[in-house]
Design a binder for this molecule. Sequence first.
Ligand SMILES: [Zn+2]
Length: 110
Amino acid sequence: MSKRFRIMKLEDDKIKCVSCGGWAKPAKIRIDGLQIRGWQCECGEQILNSDDAEWLLLMNKTKKKAFTAKVSKVGNSYSVRLPKEIVDVLGLKEQLLRIEVGLHEIRLVA
Ligand SMILES: [Zn+2]
């Protein structure tokens, strides 16, 4: 991240901009190809929601790591065990995921 951002915890509709003193409005802010909640001021100042900023850090850390998933036989079908880090960062629970099959790859889509 080359740009510097301010991080706020407030859930207010709009918040005071510390750069110009104007009002920053709620906005979706795009960083590293991901969209997170925050506020945007007319002066260009962007303020990030602290929970989303924390999630973005975790997501970027997770994307840099190589993970493996173990396939096991359970009765007549197979199960795939996902690393806890992935489950946590994606907020998965016991649920159905869509499976997309490609050449030498499968994608699990929440
Ligand atoms: Zn401003």
